[in-house]
Design a protein around this ligand. Structure first.
Ligand code: FAD
Ligand code: S2G
Ligand code: ZN
Length: 493
């Protein structure tokens, strides 16, 4: 069943044995060990959720999942694996979309699920220190009564962990307003591939003393060490958030609309998300969120969800209403219509359409996901060219590729091109890769805007990074992980 671009095999590494298990049993209670090897003899079906990725596209064959509760336990496990040259896949919420969080073969899975405590929060500075295994939604819930929010939001918030967010340098729905994790993460605690605990968990806003080592682990996808603790600057919760779903007659209007929205909303703008018509209709079909009434969106080619977050509800609503008026009254209106959320329920229902796109797509079939950065005015062209390319290969039909859709974070220039197929097959992949990567390179874009490289795109890194860059990434990898045990076969070709 494996056809994806994973390396043929991992060389120079050993499998977990019963002796290893006996050693792990000295470090962890039995409840923290899941293994098909005796004496545990857990049925392999119980390891499925750890061996298979969220899309059911990548499948590992690990025999053993360890779920340590403390940094010290992680350190002892890693030290042993480094001596035994056993490959380790660090796993968070397993919502990654590039196959980075599941084994390529039978590497050990080290799950952070049992390290989910908030260590401290200072409600004056807003600095939160949490275990890496804290689920994003649980941190959001923890901060709410303290009138703070995590400066990150994504559709996977119910399962993804802050350690996984850091390791993939997740972007998400709020990057436009709150910036990237490279800015909001203040410190990290990391277990290095030899078991050393690198404690960089500062809670300082400013610390300009030597190289900023934590930056190396943000986006390293578990290939340089295991993040066990995160210190992050939470943002003050907005007093008022509002959103509006705009229906556009044509894609060309997205750019002038973005300019106008930024001009009129300026500091209270907190999200600007693009949804093409095909994927909007799929979200409605699968009951994601509350649809706009069909007659109002007759002929709309795409949608934009705009969110404001500010300090004063009346002020922000006044801004939104005058924006809507100006958009509708223009002699050449940029929008067909706009639905302004009139209640918290409607606010959530509009967001649910955008956040439900991934699930709607996965309900339609097997998604080839291309999370790319391209110039905003090329979003539609990329979707159209990919669709045309598949049609020219006679692959655009019910039994091959059903839909080609686009949605994403306009403010970040990040398009999520999704090719929805009846099944994952070698001929569809051969038609899409390197076609999509070459198309992105032709716009001098990036083949991965926020999801990372994982195992899916190691061979495609060259489209976005120079040979010198890749050479020095490999030198850094060899320095931190000379035995190549940390998430082997991921990120680097
Ligand atoms: P996992 O999937 O478990 O792992 C991801 C990678 O990080 C793997 O390489 C793994 O080895 C490594 N890793 C995990 N934890 C650690 C750790 N503690 N230490 C070291 N390495 C670790 N992504 C976005 O950027 N923006 C989005 O808007 C977005 N929306 C999504 C919506 C849905 C519905 C889904 C299913 C996914 C979405 N994603 C998005 C992708 C995914 O949620 C993110 O990449 C997320 O950050 C992964 O977190 P996780 O805890 O699930 O990590
Ligand atoms: C999003 C999720 C992944 C995808 O919804 O912003 O990052 O391609 C994506 O559905
Ligand atoms: Zn995204």
């Amino acid at each position: 069943r494996r056809w994806s671009h994973s390396p043929a095999g991992l060389t120079g590494l050993n499998s977990v044995t019963e002796e290893d298990l006996a050693h792990f049993a000295k470090i962890l209670p039995s409840s923290s060990i899941l293994s098909t090897l005796s004496p545990s003899a857990t049925p392999s079906s119980e390891l499925e959720p750890f061996n298979n990725d969220w899309m059911d596209k990548y499948h590992g064959k690990s025999t053993t999942v360890l779920k340590p509760r403390t940094t010290q336990e992680v350190s002892e496990i890693v030290r042993w694996c480094n001596q035994r040259k056993i490959g380790i896949v660090p796993q968070g919420g397993n919502t990654g979309l590039v196959g980075g969080g599941v084994p390529i073969q039978d590497e050990l899975i080290l799950s952070l699920a049992n390290m989910a405590k908030v260590r401290s929060f200072d409600d004056v500075s807003g600095i939160l220190v949490a275990d890496a295994g804290c689920i994003l939604q649980s941190l959001t819930d923890y901060l709410a009564p303290h009138h703070h929010i995590v400066p990150l939001d994504l559709g996977a918030k119910g399962s993804c962990q802050i350690g996984g967010n850091v390791s993939t340098n997740a972007g998400g729905l709020r990057l436009l307003r709150y910036g990237s994790l490279h800015g909001s993460v203040l410190g990290l605690e990391v277990v290095l591939p030899d078991g050393t605990v690198l404690d960089q968990l500062t809670s300082l806003r400013k610390d300009n003393t030597g190289y900023d080592l934590k930056q190396l682990f943000i986006g390293a996808e578990g290939t340089l060490g295991i993040v066990t603790g995160v210190s992050i600057l939470a943002a003050p919760a907005p007093q008022a958030s509002n959103n509006v779903m705009l229906a556009l007659p044509k894609f060309e209007n997205v750019q002038p609309l973005y300019k106008e929205v930024k001009r009129q909303l300026s500091e209270v703008l907190s999200a600007f998300e693009f949804i093409d018509r095909t994927v909007y209709d799929l979200a409605v079909k699968h009951g994601q969120g509350r649809a706009l009434n069909p007659q109002d969106i007759e002929g709309a080619e795409c949608f934009v969800l705009v969110e404001t977050s500010g300090g004063n509800r009346e002020h922000d609503e006044q801004k939104l209403n005058s924006l809507l008026e100006s958009l509708m009254l223009a002699e050449e209106p940029l929008i067909n219509t706009g639905v302004l959320a009139s209640s918290p329920a409607q606010f959530s229902a509009l967001w649910a359409i955008r956040e439900g796109l991934t699930e709607a797509v996965s309900k339609e079939g097997k998604a080839y996901k291309y999370d790319i950065s391209v110039p905003l005015n090329k979003f539609q062209e990329v979707v159209d060219k990919t669709r045309e390319h598949l049609r020219s290969k006679d692959l655009l039909h019910e039994n091959a590729v059903k839909y080609v859709v686009g949605y994403g974070h306009v403010g970040d220039g990040n398009l999520h091109l999704n090719v929805v197929a009846a099944a994952y097959t070698p001929e569809i992949e051969a038609a899409l890769e390197p076609f999509v990567y070459e198309l992105v390179a032709s716009y001098r874009g990036s083949i991965s805007a926020e999801h990372g490289i994982g195992v899916m795109k190691t061979h495609a890194l060259q489209y976005s990074k120079s040979p010198t860059s890749i050479e020095w990434m490999k030198k850094i990898k060899a320095l931190f992980d000379p035995n190549g045990i940390m998430n082997p076969g991921k990120v680097l070709p």
